[in-house]
Design a protein. Structure first.
Ligand code: DQA
Length: 140
């Protein structure tokens, strides 16, 4: 069985409550339950942290024993050399995702420290961005 993990960065624990006009009104746990039911032939772990170092530790922990990582580093995408370096350091391929179209927003959201080390980037499809990333790991 393929082993994937979704890693969410800061403030994404508030999905459903946080700026619903940008991020939608579904909580991530509700969405995850749906996705797990739909893709029941793969294992999908989940980790969320608001703390940069905890995200780096998780990338190290899963980065040599999972088949794929779906990473929404949220605001740290645009600031964290450390998370970018961690993505470069691990073996498991990482797909960077964003719910909103970061290129249609403030200039500071156009920069990503993750993207140069990612297998690919999926931006702007709402929560479906995560599903597209999962499909990228299972579709040949
Ligand atoms: C985000 C986009 C980031 O710019 C922002 O800081 C987030 C969420 C997204 O999924 O659209 O927290 O990563």
């Amino acid at each position: 069985m393929k082993k994937l993990i979704i890693i969410n960065g800061p403030n994404l624990n508030l999905l459903g409550k946080r700026e619903p006009e940008i991020y939608g009104s579904l909580s991530f746990t509700e969405f995850l339950d749906e996705i797990k039911a739909q893709y029941n032939d793969i294992s999908i772990d989940y980790f969320q942290s608001n703390v940069e170092g905890e995200i780096i530790n998780k990338l190290h922990e899963v980065g040599f024993n999972h088949d794929g990582i779906v990473l929404n580093a949220a605001a740290y995408t645009h600031t964290s050399v450390g998370i970018g370096d961690a993505v470069a350091a691990i073996e498991t391929p990482v797909v960077e995702v964003h719910i909103s179209n970061t290129f249609d927003r403030e200039e500071f959201r156009h920069q990503s420290y993750v993207a140069p080390h990612a297998k690919g980037v999926i931006v702007g499809f709402g929560l479906q961005s995560y599903e597209l990333a999962i499909q990228s790991f299972i579709k040949k």
